[in-house]
Design a protein around this ligand. Sequence first.
Ligand SMILES: Nc1nc2c(ncn2[C@@H]2O[C@H](COP(=O)(O)OP(=O)(O)OP(=O)(O)O)[C@@H](O)[C@H]2O)c(=O)[nH]1
Ligand SMILES: [Mg+2]
Ligand SMILES: [Zn+2]
Length: 304
Amino acid sequence: MTDNITGKIIKGVGGFYYIHLPDNRIFECKAKGVFRNQNIKPTVGDNVLMDIIDEQALIGNIRDILPRENSLIRPMVSNVDQAVIIFALSDPKPNFNLLDRFLIMMDRQDVKTIICFNKSDLVSGEEADKLKRIYEACGYDVIITSTYSRGDLSSGKEDGVDRLQALIKNKTTVFAGPSGVGKSSLLNAINPNANVQTGTISEKIKRGKHTTRHSELIWVGEDTYIMDTPGFSSLFVEEMECEELKEYYGEFVQFQNGCKFIGCVHINEPVCGVKNALSEGKISKLRYDNYKQLYEELKSKKKW
Ligand SMILES: Nc1nc2c(ncn2[C@@H]2O[C@H](COP(=O)(O)OP(=O)(O)OP(=O)(O)O)[C@@H](O)[C@H]2O)c(=O)[nH]1
Ligand SMILES: [Mg+2]
Ligand SMILES: [Zn+2]
């Protein structure tokens, strides 16, 4: 029996945890360590100390959970470095309100988010570039990808999948986004060995046929993991005062000097630097409209 091996939980199903070791073996473990007295539940992403029970059968036991750098609630995962939120430019059409909700949710959990617009083969270059500029102006890294037509070198354009690959190296990254946008396809493009199931969207149920159902970490190279998550179609921004919302719209900040009222929320106040910037086209109407909609929803405490 070998003790105290360090590994990472990549999956948890029915009381079993799957521990990935640096040598790329995966052990099926139960959790019987001392941490159980402290009421800590092992979570995907946890680095753990494992005892090997049966080397041949790849069975072990989790002895201890190493200290967490962070621990997200949605999705439930530990030690995350960053998130990539993926939307399709078309099929399905992007829901920008949902995108903002996700950006806010990750910001509230102190996780850096990169935006990836996939399926660039389905829209014009101008359309993709316009969106890229809008979200870059809000302070986000934006990548345009296609898993269908990669590396159009004739146009001299950098391939988005290559850029994504570079951005995730040596990190643990959560891939999130609506169903059918190509999260699993991108994962396979980055690492063909990942071999994650993907699927065409069924017209009837509007869901991918091989839709991802469990969050799972996938090892894609040394110190590099990606968490593939099931698609979501709605998100609820909880426990926030409507007055707080503006803090999550980073591009507003530089214009707030122009607001007459302290605590201006940029909705109905006269003399507002943000609304002024909006009318001059310095703030995107798309973003402002989503801000306003979320503000009203938070104000009326309506759940969504
Ligand atoms: N046109 C086009 N289609 C793509 C692209 N990437 C993926 N697809 C297709 O989109 C469909 C959905 O892809 P998936 O990778 O399964 O999507 P997903 O985001 O993992 O979906 P869920 O697991 O349901 O959340 C599949 O039919 C893919 O072949 C792309 O760049 N362009
Ligand atoms: Mg998937
Ligand atoms: Zn204002």
